[in-house]
Write a protein that binds this ligand. Sequence first.
Ligand code: ADP
Length: 725
Amino acid sequence: MVELQEVLRKYWGYDGFLPLQKEAMEAVLAGRDSVVVLPTGGGKSLCYQVPALCLPGMAIVVSPLIALMKDQVDGLRECGVPAAAANSSMSGAERWKVAQAIREGQVKVLYVSPERLVQERTIEFLRETRISFVAIDEAHCISEWGHDFRPEYRELGKLRSVLPGVGIHAYTATATQRVRSDIVRQLGLTAPQLLVGSFDRKNLTYKVLRRNALEDQIEAIIKQHADESGIIYCTKRADTESISESLKELGYSALPYHAGMSDLDRRRNQEAFIEDRASIIVATIAFGMGIDKPNVRYVIHAGMPKSLENYQQESGRAGRDGLEAECILIYSPAELYRWKKMIDDAEPQIRKAQQASLDAIYEYCTMPICRHQSLLRYFGQALDGVNCFACDVCLGDVELVPDALIVAQKILSSVVRQEQRYGIDYTAAVLVGSQDERIVRNRHDQLSTYGILADESTRTIKGWIDQLQGQGFLEKFGEFGVLQITAAGRQLLRGAATPRLVRPVQKAAPKRKSVADVSWEGVDRILFEKLRAVRTQLAKARNLPSYQIFGDVTLREMARRFPKTATELRKIRGVGDKKCADVGDPFLDCIREYCQSGPQNPTPTVGSTAETSRMSSGAILAAPYFRSGRSIEEVAAALGRAPSTVFNYLQEFLQHDVVVDWTPWVSDAVARQVLAVARRQPGERVKQIFEQLEGAATYEQIRIVLSCHRNRGEPDASRTVDASR
Ligand code: ADP
């Protein structure tokens, strides 16, 4: 155990294990087969990379995507791990070099594609090599029940007989029992240790939106993630092109990715995204498998995926580094219909399974219960506690309709009275009391349900109809989505079943600090940005994606703890021996220089002081910057907030800290004029002072000076100015 921990610290700079990592590593050391199911970001790679360094011989890692092997090998080498890859994209000479290094015992981790590993020649070669174990990454690819079946993975069934006595370890993020059993059977694993982690990704905030103006909805999300990496998944190739184009026109660096593009274009766009040259990739699901980019801060689904397995997998690409990230699913009922049409021709058994998957994800979209809970329940797990504080429902972005049963009965009654022959638009129009010509012609303006929800918007009513459908009270039929009442719907009409309905609220009222607030806690954002720039430069010079220099977690930790020596730097999470030696200096220089330039290091400590009860959370964050004399503009840039907001924080701060010195924000010359007017005409309001000064001071400056003046408790304005010198 000590050795595992030492290796983890020395090469990766991590102090502890993530959940189940230790058990997974121990299974490898014990030579026992294992199946490890951990969510994306759960730290599966280290489960085999660390023991590979503790055991004699070389570990083989089977990885499905050749294009990404280089990335993985480069990342390991940066940490000082002797790693190599063997695949068909390499030249004969390159492969020969790798073979030579293996013979000389210089490779501890070898990445191989499944098709190469099972070749007779490879097996012959490996028989002469001491193999410590075989790790199979993305092991669900072996199962037809998974979402990424790869026929070449089937061949791996041979491994047991061709490499007898070598432990085989399978790693996947796919949680279903069926896939798990399939992996064990296909690989012929012997009494494997099964380790299944929690699938709750606490750092992800899940949200669901009903589609209306798609591009506006996307832009509204992206605006909140300026310069951060994000993936937008589309169900159609054409959408990836059109959305990336319109984002480009809006000034975002967005690139498309889909299977219809040439290999070269795809690779180019993928690399630009991975290396942070483009912040947004707009892709079909062809993008993403094996992408280890840790700093994806949001994943938007611009269309509904066909199952929750797919959704979990794709949205899971956000926040692999454990920092906060957002996953937003924008759905529309029309997509459900489209997916259903696509499975129409499948064999009955498969169709049934696919239909169930579609119903489950549609229920996720329309059932307003905690999203973390819904996802976990689907994968057979339970949430700790009742509120995740990380989804639209729990954060109060939507509010429960108190008289949902009555509202639902009104909607269903209308459907009955319309003889169950109309779709969602028509039904909503009747309920809202529209003068639509069709409604009048059909005399549906005479129905008792006509206009019965006139106080609601059509959009809200349509949302409720979706929700009733998602909860099984209504069904849609045919191309036009004709609404019909189900057996459960009839019960609802009798009052024997209760639906849950929600409506969006304009302003969410967070009930506690969001994941983002927590993970930025105490981080000096100005320094963080400077460190980011250092990282970008180093990455460029070394031709590596920037996260392979250091992840955001590590940079935030530096901008929190201000390490000034190599020993202090080495204590930061994510800084191993080799990286500290290779790239530590430029980061230390940056921190030292930054500390010298400021009068005092801001060290924000949100939530840990008595300030919490007296200042707003924004003001608490800003206070250390104000104390170190930073300007409103600097603080606005550091916190990513508008200057006007930061001015409000400053006012709170001035009062809280009883600040008497205005000079960081207002010059004495200006202050003298303000106080002169205030002294001449006591009781003057800010507006009058402003007018009398005829532009010599802004409203903000006047307020700051008056606050400081009040804090001195000196009513005589002229004396105050002199005293401040
Ligand atoms: P997975 O393959 O399960 O999606 P990764 O192996 O890519 O996850 O790990 C996700 C992130 O967590 C990576 O940035 C990795 O460096 C980090 N990580 C892994 N193990 C630890 C640990 N013990 N302590 C801190 N961070 C870790």
